[in-house]
Design a protein around this ligand. Structure first.
Ligand SMILES: Nc1ncnc2c1ncn2[C@@H]1O[C@H](COP(=O)(O)OP(=O)(O)OP(=O)(O)O)[C@@H](O)[C@H]1O
Ligand SMILES: Cc1ncsc1CCO
Ligand SMILES: [Mg+2]
Length: 518
């Protein structure tokens, strides 16, 4: 007999201790099923066998009525006693071969795994699905291992995509309304994504398990806007849209919330104003939700200053904007410079999505986990360009983002299309915070071009680097100091000219689509 195809989308794992006062586990499970839970696991760590069986019978009645499988945690005897649809076992529980022998070929056997090595063993042993986790620290279970994050889930998925037998996957560990979207969609690898999520407290402890389940299910099933990439961009059609983005910044005056270092603060605010966007600098968590709710808002997280509580603060901000489906730009300043920074960037990417990631070569290579060849090498040689393009493209695809790598030549990719831009001026490398303020421009542009973030990045870099070329030769500019003032002037002038229909400045654009040599 072929077992029915199991829907793992929303997998409820019970915990008797988390049921709110005034209701019962059975009632909570029923309400969760009404909200769309597709699979239930009964987990009773302390129950006597007879009580466990009684409870399992009661829950099985309602899952059978709903036509969804009931799995029993750990206890093959209980599963056999009530003829449950399967079991879930941990790394230290009964071995898969014995469980399979007792349960027969048609029952579902699932196993908890944290690493590729454990997943490989589970696949070999013949499990039907693996529960990957814990993704995050969880209050439900005393953690035996450190949380694996989104990247940990991605590694297991990547491995499973390479094995011939299809083993289903769910993620587990502090998954709730805030974390599910990122975990499910960010962890996806080519050809493979999580089949679902396992949830404990977010549903069992909820006052309205039906509503929570419905919402969780749609977060699992409906990909967010950042999962779609426009295929096959060509330079001329992207350039044709650049004036639209720059004009929209003026007409819509997007609100750009800059969490930015003190070196760059004033410069960034003036640059935002010069192009028509409305800057605010704030690091107070208490107002992040209000700011995120402003129409046309965008958030720039510039990691220039490594303060004590920075990662938590940045994640709170990113979460506030993500909840409103507003864009978040990440500037991982000096990402590889210290262990503190390396760890901070890693944990940010493990827990959040960013719409655009911008950095110089050293920063982007560090974020991508690659050794930078920055110093002592002619950075414009073709092998260098090829390496940069590959790193930028792979990082963009992995993180479902747009990556902007700055330098003498700028490389921008959405994971599918990669452009190389060759405008700019040496003075940009001779002043501080020139990269930082580009982040603020990108924030303004993506706020008005959420549907095409790649275009927003290209428009920002072109406006900025062509303004720099003009500023460097503007009357009265004698060096980096006067250049800064002229740069703000030129940004303002080009932005105004664009609004007035004069886009002749764009003729200076030097952009090509990167295509790897055969
Ligand atoms: N040698 C150069 N010639 C032309 N343009 C340059 C040159 N170096 C950098 N740029 C431009 O300067 C801007 C900032 O890039 P850069 O890589 O210098 O940023 P960064 O190192 O992050 O700066 P900072 O840390 O000071 O903020 C980009 O728009 C880039 O195109
Ligand atoms: C100089 C400096 N130090 C921390 S942030 C910053 C701005 C350029 O990245
Ligand atoms: Mg920088």
């Amino acid at each position: 007999m072929v077992p029915p195809k199991v829907d793992y989308s929303l997998y409820l794992v019970t915990d008797p201790y988390l049921v709110p006062n005034g209701t019962t586990l059975k009632e909570q499970v029923q309400k969760a099923i009404d909200g769309g839970v597709t699979l239930v696991q009964l987990r009773e760590k302390d129950a006597e066998t007879c009580d466990f069986i009684e409870r399992a019978k009661a829950i099985h009645e309602i899952t059978k009525k709903a036509g969804i499988p009931l799995l029993i945690n750990d206890r093959v005897d209980v599963a056999l006693a009530i003829d449950a649809e399967g079991i879930h076992i941990g790394q230290e529980d009964i071995d898969v071969a014995t469980a399979r022998k007792l349960l027969g070929p048609d029952k579902i056997i699932g196993m908890s795994v944290s690493y590729v090595s454990e997943a490989a063993k589970a696949v070999e042993d013949g499990v039907d699905y693996v529960g990957i986790g814990a993704i995050y620290d969880t209050a439900t279970k005393t953690p035996k291992k450190p949380p694996i994050g989104i990247n940990g889930a991605r590694k297991v998925l990547s491995y499973l995509s390479s094995v011939s037998r299809y083993v289903s996957t769910v993620a587990i560990g502090s998954l709730n309304l805030k974390t599910v979207r990122n975990v499910v969609h960010l962890s996806a690898v080519p050809g493979r994504r999580l089949d679902g999520i396992a949830v404990v407290s977010a549903i069992i402890a909820a006052t309205d398990p039906t509503a929570v389940s419905k919402e969780l299910l749609s977060l699992v099933r409906d990909p967010p806007y950042w999962m779609s990439v426009i295929p096959n961009r060509d330079v001329s059609s992207v350039l044709a849209e650049v004036p639209t983005v720059i004009s929209k910044v003026r007409s819509e005056t997007p609100f750009v919330h800059n969490i930015i270092n003190r070196v760059a603060t004033n410069f960034a605010a003036n640059v935002n104003l010069s192009i028509g966007s409305s800057p605010a600098m704030s690091e107070n968590v208490a107002e992040f939700d209000d700011f995120a709710a402003i129409p046309n808002s965008a958030l720039l997280i510039n990691m220039g200053f490594g303060t004590d509580d920075w990662v938590e603060k940045y994640l709170a901000a990113a979460g506030a904007y993500a909840k409103k489906l507003r864009p978040v730009v990440l500037d991982p300043v000096a990402a590889g410079a210290s262990e503190l920074r390396k760890g901070a960037v890693k944990s940010m990417l493990n827990r959040s999505h960013f719409d655009i990631i911008k950095g110089n070569e050293g920063e982007i290579f560090s974020v991508a986990g690659e050794a930078s060849q920055m110093r002592g090498v002619d950075s414009t040689s073709s092998s260098q360009l090829q390496k940069k393009a590959n790193v930028v493209e792979a990082l963009a695809a992995k993180e479902k983002t747009i990556v902007v790598l700055t330098g003498k030549e700028d490389v921008i990719s959405d994971g599918m299309t990669t452009f190389v831009l060759r405008n700019g001026h040496r003075y940009l490398a001779d002043i501080t915070a020139s990269g930082c303020v580009l982040g603020s421009i990108i924030g303004a542009a993506v706020a008005v071009s959420l549907e095409d973030r790649f275009l927003a990045a290209v428009a920002s870099v072109l406006l900025y680097t062509i303004a720099a070329e003009r500023a460097a030769v503007a009357p009265g500019v004698r060096g980096p100091g006067t250049f800064i003032a002229a740069l703000i002037d030129e940004l303002h002038l080009l932005s105004n000219a664009t609004v007035n229909g004069d886009v002749s400045w764009l003729e200076a654009a030097e952009v090509e689509r990167y295509v790897e040599d055969a």
